[in-house]
Design a protein around this ligand. Sequence first.
Ligand SMILES: Nc1nc2c(c(=O)[nH]1)N[C@H]1C(S)=C(S)[C@@H](COP(=O)(O)OP(=O)(O)OC[C@H]3O[C@@H](n4cnc5c(N)ncnc54)[C@H](O)[C@@H]3O)O[C@H]1N2
Ligand code: MOO
Length: 447
Amino acid sequence: MTADPGTDADRDLDQALALVSRAPRSDAAGGIGGTGGTGGGHRAAPWHRARETSTRAGSAVRGRTHRVPLAAALGEVLDAPLDALGDLPSFDTSAMDGWAVAGPGPWSIRPGESALAGSERPAPLADGEAVRIATGARIPADTTAVIRSEHSREAGTLLYAERPVATGQDIRPRGQECRSGDLLLPAGSLVTPAVLGLAAAAGYDELTTRPRPRVEILVLGDELLTEGPPHDGLIRDALSPMLGPWLTRLGAEVISVRRLGDDPAGAEALLAAVTGSAADVVITTGGTASGPVDHVHPVLAKAGAELLVDGVAVRPGHPMLLARIGGGAAGQDPVRHLVGLPGNPLAAVSGLLTLAEPLLRALAGRRPRPRYVVPVEGDVPGHPHDTRLVPVLLTEDHAVPLRYNGPAMLRGVAAADALAVVPPNGARSGQELEILDLPWASGGCFT
Ligand SMILES: Nc1nc2c(c(=O)[nH]1)N[C@H]1C(S)=C(S)[C@@H](COP(=O)(O)OP(=O)(O)OC[C@H]3O[C@@H](n4cnc5c(N)ncnc54)[C@H](O)[C@@H]3O)O[C@H]1N2
Ligand code: MOO
């Protein structure tokens, strides 16, 4: 933020800045975040608690719903149960290529006729009769069994079984998988490719789902180049190319990515987004600490935002924050959240996994990701008070920490499968560490 504001709006913002720099940071989150300053103080939220707060914040928002064609529902969550619209299979079906037979053999072959999948139902079988049938074809009335072609022998007009024949064998009876009205999947299920297949098999053309949370990304900073090598104290913007696709992989709909300067116009644009964005979540990068032009906190104060998390006891990324805007006393205004990611690129990744991911999952109606642990290979140094998130490669049975894991570095995480959660004071070789999979490594890419 620069001095010498020219307009009323600039002056307002400047006053807000002055207010915030005099007063201790809001503690409105009931002690969740703390006064923080740059967020790394002793009142920063413990890492697990910050994630829980984020999940709770997302779960508290009444979700939107929409009805969409099957393909558009992929990666969203069902808002209504998936009930069987009819019986499945909807008719008695042959499970094998072979013969439909009635009664004990040998059977006389019905000449010139085959029951094929999708074709009309053949005439009922008389006792002692056999008709050629294909997998998926409708079973003629009065059939007692299907005999696989490789278990049968034709001799002239007669058919012989080469194995004992059990009544009902290789017939899939109508309703074997479900009866009309059965619950196939409860509301809250994630629409995976398998769910799309099931929904189609059950006859659905559309599904009612929770839409993806809309995200707007605001990259703050004057020192950022959009092309070419870094020069003259200017650096490349590493976050714009990374965050959009990453958030998409986390299940968000990214509606815009904008760069804002550190000048009053940038602060005004930030305020406008905080108070009026069409997004459910505004994600900012940079400007979270206490530098002379760090204006995220002052803008949030001016917008009357509630700081739910203001600093997290995690390295890198401790100045990250989560704020709630709107909602009103009676909950009449739309609720929007802001996740403030620190500008250092690995610190931004840390904030993405700590605050943005749990928030987005909850807003999308998804359950928190299951926790799992893997033994670490080698001792890992810890921070005396804070959790560390360390990029790791996953082998069959170990997490192998990677070098180049400093807050300003992406070299480690770019080669990583996951981040390991290292408790305060570090971990001994073989100790089990919680693992946060990166979305492309965990196979969740269809979202
Ligand atoms: N007095 C203190 N200063 C700082 C503290 C502190 O506790 N006390 N914390 C440090 C830590 S830790 C972090 S993390 C950063 C957070 O800083 P900000 O969120 O305010 O971010 P900036 O100051 O804007 O930038 C920090 C750093 O990151 C670079 N950056 C910013 N945006 C991008 C981008 N899009 N692509 C690549 N690199 C980016 C920026 O140039 C700076 O080098 O604060 C410390 N300071
Ligand atoms: O939180 Mo900062 O990430 O240590 O650079």
